[in-house]
Design a protein around this ligand. Structure first.
Ligand code: PHE
Length: 476
């Protein structure tokens, strides 16, 4: 148990920090791609069902666990789980959660560092006048050989180190640093996002129609938002929806527990959890779907989007499309887009640092500064394989090996395993009666009793189904 007496400065600070934790690169880079790959509108219903039956209940479980553990002065997942479970196993299980954070942060911070570099290149006008192919090549070169011919992507390494240094610095300022980053980052990304969405939606009447006369931004939106009920019988779409839900809400890793452990024991968690969760969903389904897909559909046509939508589009295609907007708006749009991604990314990667920080402070009596440094260094070490060997091209087909492995094992499977175990721990070992009382204590909202049964039966069973589904079904 630590002597750490930190606490959130204000309710809005807490909500913004939790929302910043959830709103991340996943909202803008992962969601649109998942949606397109799962048939656009076919994705929406399973996605929303997963939000209600798994997302919200797990958020409540994690917030309750965190505040409960925090009352005893515990701020890291191993100790928080230990206070709930009273068996050695749970402590070790918490350590597993910490390593999930390390693994996810190792590739996540790398993408975050690209956004920093792309802000810089947008300001300096690197993409001005470039052909579509040249913009795409720029990204490949950035990641593979940079400006040298030795195979080390120097520029990418430099930005990665700067990005980690910034994370380390903010973490070393403690909870106050995290709260301030969220208070700046979240509003900024909302402003940037609103600008891009507005500009994107008005496409189709100007330059876009000249490039692709039959298409406008609304085709992209129709594609994403026209629900298809037959998708309800497709298990692959369900799996993808559940996977996206875990990732976007940042559950199943311990970040939410750790943030919640700094909530004062009399403060509300039920309403705050829902507020932060809804804020994330708003950003994901509204802003996340109003930028990349509509803009690309407007310029390049919806068929192009269906065929080419992928994670790289944000970096390989967007700068080119922004350039078509003309005048100052082009560079500004690039700064806004990559700035938005950067703020979304850093408020999430800071969250990934807190379980480790809490653990080092609780268990090994590290000072805040040393804990932050150790996090920066460990991420540097684990991230280097992705940085140095980002992609391997075999006969022109590029594969991101380390990246994909980290994303699959840590960013997908571990989240499900962790969430399943904690749902069982909460409802069946800690006990639903105590769990429900914990959730309601200090609550500013009336939680429908229906959720008590959802948390006991539906959520754990669905989680198990997702787990076995991911083992046996092909990934969408
Ligand atoms: N929710 C974040 C995103 O959407 C990712 C994340 C996962 C952050 C787990 C923290 C913990 O990008």
């Amino acid at each position: 148990m630590s002597t750490n007496k930190e606490a959130w400065g204000s309710r809005i600070g807490l909500i913004l920090a939790m929302a910043g934790n959830a709103v991340g690169l996943g909202n803008f880079l992962r969601f649109p791609v998942q949606a397109v790959q799962n048939g656009g509108g076919a994705f929406i219903i399973p996605y929303l069902v997963c939000f209600v039956l798994m997302g919200i209940p797990i958020l409540w479980i994690e917030w309750s666990m965190g505040r409960f553990g925090g009352k005893g002065g515990n701020h890291s997942t191993p100790f928080i789980l230990d206070t709930m479970g009273k068996a050695r196993f749970w402590k070790y299980f918490g350590v597993f959660g910490i390593f999930t954070n390390i693994a996810v942060a190792s590739y996540y911070c790398y993408i975050e560092s690209w956004t920093m570099s792309y802000v810089f290149h947008s300001i300096s006008g690197t993409f001005t006048g470039m052909e579509q192919g040249a913009v795409a090549d720029f990204f490949n070169t950035y990641l593979t050989i940079g400006k040298s011919t030795t195979g080390i992507p120097y520029e990418a390494v430099v930005f990665y180190v700067i990005c980690l240094a910034l994370n380390t610095y903010i973490l070393s300022r403690g909870l106050k640093g995290v709260e301030r980053a969220a208070k700046i980052g979240v509003p900024m990304l909302l402003i940037f996002g609103a600008f891009l969405a507005f500009r994107g939606l008005t496409l189709g009447t100007d330059g876009a129609s000249a490039m692709h006369p039959d298409s406008n931004a609304w085709d992209g939106l129709n594609f994403l938002w026209t629900p298809q009920f037959d998708s309800l019988s497709n298990p692959t779409v369900w799996l993808a929806a559940a996977g996206q839900m875990f990732f976007t809400l940042s559950v199943g890793m311990g970040t939410v527990h750790c943030y919640a452990s700094y909530i004062k024991s009399k403060d509300d968690i039920a309403l705050n959890a829902v507020s932060a969760g809804f804020m994330n969903e708003f950003v994901e389904v509204v802003l996340g779907s109003l930028i990349v897909i509509p803009i690309a559909a407007g310029y390049l046509g919806i068929d192009w989007v269906k065929e080419n939508a992928g994670f790289g589009m944000a970096f390989q295609t967007m700068p080119y499309l922004f350039d078509q907007w003309g005048s100052v708006i082009s560079n500004l749009a690039g700064v806004f887009w990559f700035g938005l991604l950067f703020f979304a990314g850093i408020t999430s990667s800071l969250a990934m640092g807190t379980p480790w920080m809490g653990f080092m402070q609780d268990e090994f009596s590290f000072s805040r500064k040393s804990a932050a440094w150790s996090f920066g260094l460990i991420i540097l070490m684990f991230g280097l394989p992705t940085v140095l060997i980002y992609q391997v091209a075999t006969n022109g087909v590029v594969d991101q090996i380390f990246f994909n492995e980290y994303d699959y094992w840590a960013g997908t499977m571990s989240l499900v395993v962790f969430a399943t175990a904690e749902a069982v721990l909460f409802a069946w070992i800690f006990g639903m009666k105590r769990g429900w009382a914990e959730l309601l204590s200090g609550s500013d909202m009336k939680v429908p009793v229906f959720f008590k049964y959802v948390m006991m039966y539906v959520t754990p069973l669905l989680l198990m189904a997702v787990f076995f589904g991911s083992l046996f079904l092909p990934q969408g």
